[in-house]
Ligand binder design. Sequence first.
Ligand code: PLP
Length: 410
Amino acid sequence: MAIVNENFLKLAPSYLFSDIAKKVAAYKEANPDKKIIRLGIGDVTQPLAPAVIEAMHKAVEEMASAETFRGYGPEQGYDFLQKAIIENDFKPRGIELGADEVFVNDGAKSDTGNIGDILDKGNIIGVTDPIYPVYIDSNVMAGRAGENIDGLWSNIVYMPCNGENDFTPALPTKKVDVVYLCYPNNPTGTVITREQLKKWVDYAIENDVLIMYDAAYEAYIQDETIPHSIYEIPGAKKVAIEFHSYSKTAGFTGARCGYTVVPKEVTAKKADGERVSLNKIWLRRQCTKFNGTSYITQRGAEAIYSEEGKKQIKATIAYYMENARIMKEAFAEMGVKTYGGENAPYIWVKAPKGMTSWEFFDALLKEANVVGTPGVGFGPAGEGYFRFTAFGQKEDCIEAMQRVKDWLMK
Ligand SMILES: *Cc1c(COP(=O)(O)O)cnc(C)c1O
């Protein structure tokens, strides 16, 4: 008899985006003549860069002939891509990494979810609130989260981020073993300064805490003082695993590629107190459960680091960041408080007039025919906030902001 993993039954279906879709569909049916602008979805809209397309076409041609055909590749990724990653994303920032510390993956969602495989069920997890749901849900599946009581998991330590603490989470006062940090942050679009990140690294070293650092949005950082990698902080290699993704960096949400850094120095304890390196264990896990990202995709990812590729992806990011600027400026004119949007493609808006997240959603849909994402959908501390994404068309952003202005300032 097969017995189900009941931890999965503890997870409520995620209703956020289906609830949004239902409300929008109902509104459309009642108002078929209204043009709705969507600024809610966390997916890119611009095509892959020409340099990436060219490299992928070339790789497809190689696959077409027996001499250059590639079958299974190394589970950790091809060395051409590992090398490009180390040379471009880390060396210029003074970070030395070995190729065997870089694990090419099929996107950061897989690895941020899977990394828990190599950790004991008894670990206490700390998360910022609001949060990217994968970190919590994957720990629920592993049986680490305890019970859900009024929307909060009993074994998870939450670190609220809100206007009062300027979205800088306080260090946990309760004991935690593993902390997930995401900067630049989804959903709030806020960043962490070098000094603040150093506090986290020092805390992790002192208290023997493992940091899972999600850097999926680092390419959006405009302010040169903001760290792109946690390894820019001395000592971080001992305590942090870092996740990168080409999804938002270079439009790979459909192509699927990213990488995870597991330094050799990062360790965890056995029950008897002996420390073991997590790098070897992660390699073992990947070699068993993952067979590599496709050759074609890895060639495409490599092209991001060419001179042309760099210029092209920078231009696309600048396009999105212009949308963010337009939205931020518009809200400032309306006297609506916003956060983020300067080093990330998300704007986190304080719902005006004391509205809840969903009240603002409903009013915005009805009065301006604009759709965004209610902040409370990302965690209890998101209540009263709202997320707009910059991943749209510029004309839509301009029109949406004009409509919101016409509504809120009438
Ligand atoms: C989009 C996103 C990712 C990347 O996901 P992929 O699986 O690489 O597409 C990772 N973390 C956060 C917080 C994200 O928003």
